[in-house]
Design a protein around this ligand. Structure first.
Ligand code: MG
Ligand code: MG
Length: 251
């Protein structure tokens, strides 16, 4: 069942989303060669705590950290570690989820560490463009698959690939609510529910340079591109309103 949110609930999600956006601002300033992914995680954890919130991810199905931090070929669900230090030229995705006053906000962003290659810059540009193109379709009366198709079109037109096994999602009092929101659509698939005011979705293109195939590492969490090519992931939490899509994970 898709849970529609009232104006008041959307305001609460906006407050949670603001803490997520502020945490991204904080972390962006800390990303430099030599910093460990655990140091980034702990800084976010401390910030969320000071804002009166809780990490959406800690202990979720046993996840052992406050954020997901995924480096280079790691697509999603990377586990922060004191041993994993960033190097110049790396790309790193930080996925941050916050519960504040009972409601979740969820946003991921990929960052470069120092100078990054032209190929990685293009990967970022395409993934971010796919996010905006998906958000633009999050309007009343459209179908859910209109978002999926917009994301897929932008990514595939650039010769890149969307992940198949990992999808966006409804969000609210739970981090993952119905509906699931794939980043692709095939003619054999249903077009999905009609979008209605009060629906809140985490729209999150996950993009791979080589193929769409992924693998999970032995830690049972970290998802990597099967061919070890670089990956990117950009995500916002978005509400569908009478005035069009409203991004809830903004400063
Ligand atoms: Mg996320
Ligand atoms: Mg999400």
């Amino acid at each position: 069942m898709i849970i529609l949110k009232s104006y008041r609930e959307i305001q609460k999600m906006r407050e949670a989303g603001r803490v997520v956006a502020q945490a991204h601002q904080l972390i962006k300033g800390m990303i430099e060669p030599g910093v460990s992914t655990l140091a980034l995680d702990l800084a976010v954890a401390d910030f969320i705590h000071r804002k009166g919130g809780t990490s959406s991810f800690l202990n979720y199905h046993g996840f052992p950290a406050h954020t997901c931090i995924s480096v280079n070929e790691e697509l999603v669900h990377g586990i922060p570690s004191a041993e994993r230090c960033l190097a110049a030229g790396d790309i790193v995705t930080i996925d941050i989820g916050v519960i504040l006053d009972g409601y979740h906000g969820d946003s991921a962003w990929s960052y470069g560490v120092g100078e990054i290659s032209a190929e990685k810059q293009r990967l970022f540009a395409v993934t971010e463009a796919a996010l905006w193109d998906g958000i633009a379709q999050a309007t009343r009366g459209n179908r859910l698959s209109d978002i999926s198709r917009a994301v897929q079109k932008t990514v595939e037109a650039a010769g890149m690939h969307v992940a198949r096994e990992y999808v966006g999602h409804g969000i609210g009092r739970s981090m993952h609510e119905e509906p699931q929101l794939p980043n692709y659509w095939l003619p054999s698939m249903r077009r999905g529910p009609r979008l209605r005011s009060g629906m809140t979705l985490a729209i999150e293109p996950m993009v791979l340079l080589g193929t769409h195939e992924t693998e999970v590492l032995a830690d049972d969490w970290t998802v990597i591109s099967a061919d070890h090519s670089p990956t990117a992931h950009f995500e916002h939490t978005v509400a569908i309103t009478p005035d069009g899509p409203q991004i809830l994970t903004l400063l």
